[in-house]
Design a binder for this molecule. Structure first.
Ligand code: ADE
Length: 520
């Protein structure tokens, strides 16, 4: 059976064929799409008999938010024993149901209509194509899947659910976006508070911590380090953008290893993921150190011999602890050996008492006993601090080879401190990075290979540095760290021993306070 029903057949609805289109539609602007709009419930509230209720409203459909969707109009009506009544007409957004349907035609089978569920639905994709609507029932096909009445249910439920879900999703997204913006603004506008990080325990996150970001302190290879406030304490928050998630994961993993609490390793407070998808950020929360990095400090200050020894020895202790495996204790599991792989003065932080702690484990390698350290490609780190075997691409992938690469970089950091030591004879030069005089500020890998591998050059040691036995002892230590032969290099524990005996050497009289650059 093929039935055609037009609005002319509907007794209770007046059809106005020559509707006046708004100007934009007249000018045929494709972005504006119009459908006839009707809501029987609203109509019956205004006019209980429905005798004067018309379908005159023409609705401009909302702009499309998703390119895969297209504009459509729909009609939902009932056919109860031949009595046809429109329930709803309006704009319809769908990506599959009604594509390429110029007229609003329902193909529901006759048997899909029951007394309880007499609804028919059609949709179409022309301007105001729901003015007229048709019923061309599909021939009855016996089916083993859903019963016809269920199919009719599904259509009605789909209309209700799609519209309802769309509204709820839009509202939820708007609210979440608003809350997120408000939270970020609040973070930026908070005033600094007094420093006291000792009381912040490394607790597991119960949701997100109430952190207010205050100011950027440093920018690194992976995101920025913020001074921030957490429960009234000053903390540091390193924020990794989504593309650096891997470094955040590695750093978090390193800090979370057993027995990682050590005076000379930056104290970890927690890690959090903030935001979703491309907006996601990965936060790493640690103790904040007002003095910043050793590199910052040496740029602005000279160091006395005593200070050099304090910084050097504590830095070597941190490296020694990182490198060494610690056996399991009653309370904690074994701590595996760890190679830093980006050791440099920017990754050594200074505490108030000028002892050092090591930070930035985003490139670290963990050597769990009996396991391979995982995906390693050797040439990582900061070019300027790369050992000759790294620059040559000739490292062997044994644990000790990676630890010796850190020791080469440690030698360069000792040189940076010596170059700024006020105990040398005569004036002290401005701070220069290692090899800055040889390769400048932005060396290529080729520049570094030529300098360190081919010419076997090392940063210059000034004669004025050899003013006493202790300083000569430190120069020897430094040179044994950066030996071309990786196997000849000192271990971190040897450097600790050397520096500790040098600092207590009575032949040398220490000076006490750091001098500001400007006061020299
Ligand atoms: N720069 C990098 N990490 C830092 C920290 N934890 N405190 C201060 N400055 C930093």
């Amino acid at each position: 059976m093929v039935g055609v029903i037009t609005l002319a057949l509907l007794p209770t609805i007046t059809v106005v064929e020559a509707e006046v289109l708004p100007e934009a539609a007249k000018e045929n602007q494709p972005q504006d799409f119009y459908c006839e709009q009707y809501n029987r419930t609203e109509c019956s509230q205004k006019d209980p008999t429905l005798t004067n209720c018309t379908t005159k409203t023409i609705k401009k459909c909302e702009a499309l938010e998703h390119p895969e969707k297209s504009h459509q109009c729909f009609v939902l009506w009932t056919n109860t024993s031949g009595k046809i009544e429109v329930d709803l007409k309006g704009c319809w957004l769908d990506d599959k149901t009604c594509t390429d349907t110029d007229d609003c035609i329902s193909r529901q089978s006759v048997s899909s209509l029951t007394e309880q569920k007499p609804h028919l639905f059609c949709c179409c994709n022309n301007q105001q194509c729901n003015k007229n609507f048709y019923w061309h029932p599909a021939p009855e096909v016996p089916t083993t899947t859903a019963a016809p009445s269920e199919a009719s249910d599904v259509v009605v439920e789909t209309v209700a659910w799609t519209l309802g879900t769309l509204v709820v999703v839009v509202i939820v997204i708007t609210i979440l976006f608003y809350l997120y913006r408000r939270h970020r603004m609040a973070n930026f506008m908070e005033l600094p508070r007094v420093e006291s990080t000792a009381l912040v325990p490394p607790s597991p996150p119960m949701g997100l911590r109430p952190i207010q970001l205050q100011e950027i302190k440093a920018r690194g290879r992976f995101g920025a380090v913020w001074k921030a406030n957490l429960h009234g304490d000053v903390v540091a928050v390193k924020i990794f953008p989504v593309q650096d998630k891997q470094s955040w994961s590695v750093e978090k993993e390193v800090y979370s290893l057993p027995q990682m609490s050590h005076d000379n390793i930056l104290h970890f407070i927690g890690a959090e993921k903030r935001g979703e998808n491309l907006q996601a950020e990965f936060w790493l929360i640690t103790t904040y150190h007002e003095r910043g990095s050793l590199n910052d400090y040496l740029k602005a200050n000279l160091v006395t011999w005593n200070e050099l020894c304090t910084i050097g020895e504590s830095m070597a202790r941190g490296l020694m602890y990182l490198h060494e495996e610690q056996p399991a204790t009653k309370c904690e599991d074994l701590k595996p050996a760890i190679a830093h792989r980006d050791f440099k003065s920017k990754n050594v932080l200074l505490k108030n008492d000028l002892t050092a702690c090591i930070a930035d484990f985003g490139l670290a390698l963990i050597f769990r006993p009996g396991q391979s350290p995982g995906d390693t490609h050797g040439q990582v780190g900061t070019r300027r601090y790369m050992a000759p075997e790294v620059l040559e691409g000739a490292i062997n992938f044994q644990r000790d080879a990676f630890l010796r690469i850190d020791m080469y970089a440690c030698g360069l950091v000792l040189w940076e401190m010596l170059s700024r030591c006020s105990s040398q004879d005569g004036p002290v030069a401005e701070y220069h990075l290692p090899f800055e005089d040889e390769v400048g500020q932005h060396p290529t890998l080729d520049d570094m290979q030529e300098c360190v591998v081919t010419q076997k050059a090392r940063p210059a040691i000034q004669p004025s540095w050899r003013t006493n036995v202790a300083m000569v002892g430190l120069i020897d230590t430094m040179e044994e760290c950066w030996d071309h032969d990786a196997e000849a290099r000192l271990s971190a524990s040897c450097v600790v021993e050397r520096l500790s005996s040098l600092s207590s050497n009575p032949q040398f009289s220490p000076t006490s306070h750091p001098q500001k650059e400007s006061s020299i």
